[in-house]
Ligand binder design. Structure first.
Ligand SMILES: C[S@@+](CC[C@H](N)C(=O)[O-])C[C@H]1O[C@@H](n2cnc3c(N)ncnc32)[C@H](O)[C@@H]1O
Length: 345
């Protein structure tokens, strides 16, 4: 609901600096473009109703500030994420989700996943406390759904939820999934990519584990354009750009890659501060088998000993940057209350 209300063509937010759409970039429904002109692919900014769905093609619209993904941020490591969620899991559902990831947003983000049969086999990767899984089991039988996460503390919360009692709940790494090739009909991952040291590897795994014709739906943050927000985002974790998601999906072998913008209703479409849950990216697996993409060994060896002092400093710096993003939704909420409806905030 929220994205259709906020990002329908009539309310298209001002383009962020990092992803500029000029007038010639805006087209009507399903307007096709020569492939060579595309920097990304089609940006589905649509709503649940087909009538309202518009496809925005970005052509030379994307001006990126170089920001190599190969330099992980302070919490963009498995060990740091593990400890982050050791503590955050205690309050996650009550403090984090209401500001960043509401039920409305969840419905909106899962809509492109096409959860169109109760018999689908679904994996929810980085499923955490099961907030997204609760949205999945509204459409799919819980016994067909597996929740995987590297944090036993987050999973302990999922295990307490009545609606998830029949789900399979397992510990595992998004970059090395314990499922056979061509296992699932749908891959869903919400709000986890930001912690993956090698996001391309996680997306390649998504490709491998789904069946031919199956769909991956990855919900994640978007990069801020406002300088202060960018500073804290870069200190904290990975906030990919929309074009980065598309590139990772396409490199992994996915076809029909689409990105749908989402955001909390009270932001009124503002994206300059970045969003922890800012888009839902989907892609279809065209043939069975592994991804055509070849990658070397994993970048992060979790078994490797780390200097505890360096680890602590990184952890504290990263976690304090995260506090900024607890405050942003409150700030936006206050603005939404103060500024008259219909005006930009
Ligand atoms: C922001 S939470 C999202 C939880 C849930 N998907 C939701 O929608 O509320 C991110 C989750 O990703 C998990 N995570 C981070 N890195 C991971 C990895 N490499 N493999 C599996 N899970 C990971 C964390 O433990 C955490 O539970």
């Amino acid at each position: 609901m929220s994205s259709s209300m906020l990002f329908g063509p009539q309310n298209l937010p001002l383009p962020p600096k990092g992803l500029t759409f000029n007038k010639s970039c805006l087209h009507g429904t399903n307007l096709s473009f020569p492939r060579s002109n595309l920097i990304g692919t089609s940006y589905d900014l649509g709503s649940k109703t087909k009538m309202k769905t518009k496809t925005l093609i970005a052509t030379k619209c994307s001006v990126s500030v170089p920001r190599p993904v190969s330099q992980p941020r302070f919490i963009q490591h498995k060990k740091e994420a593990f400890w982050f969620y050791r503590f955050l899991s205690i309050v996650y559902d009550h403090v984090i989700n209401p500001g960043h990831w509401t039920e409305d947003m969840r419905d909106d983000a899962l809509e492109p996943a096409d959860l169109n049969s109760r018999d689908l086999i679904v994996v929810d990767v980085g499923g955490g406390t099961g907030f997204t899984t609760l949205g999945i089991v509204e459409h799919v039988d819980a016994k067909n759904v597996t929740i995987l996460d590297q944090s036993p503390h987050q999973l302990a919360k999922a295990k307490e939820k009545e609606g998830l009692k029949e789900c399979r709940i397992i510990e595992g790494d998004a970059e090395d999934l314990p499922f056979e090739t061509d296992y699932a009909d749908r891959y869903v991952s919400a709000g986890s990519i930001e912690y993956w040291p090698d996001p391309q590897r996680g997306i390649k795994e998504a490709y491998r584990v789904i069946k031919k014709g199956g769909k991956a739906c990855l919900i994640g943050p978007v990069y801020p354009t406002f300088w202060l927000s960018r500073f804290f985002a870069d200190m904290w974790m990975l906030f990919p750009k929309e074009e980065e998601y598309i590139e990772w999906f396409e490199k992994a072998g996915f076809k029909d890659v689409k990105i749908k913008r989402i955001g909390p209703q009270w932001y009124r479409g503002v994206r300059r501060h970045g969003l922890i849950m800012g888009c839902s990216v989907t892609g279809v697996k065209p043939t069975s088998g592994d991804s055509p993409l070849q990658l070397g060994p994993k970048v992060e060896d979790v078994e490797k000993p780390v200097n505890p002092f360096v680890f602590l400093i990184r952890f504290l710096l990263g976690a304090s940057a995260g506090v900024y993003y607890v405050l942003v939704p409150v700030y936006m909420w206050l603005k939404d209350q103060i500024v008259p409806k219909g005006q930009p905030i």
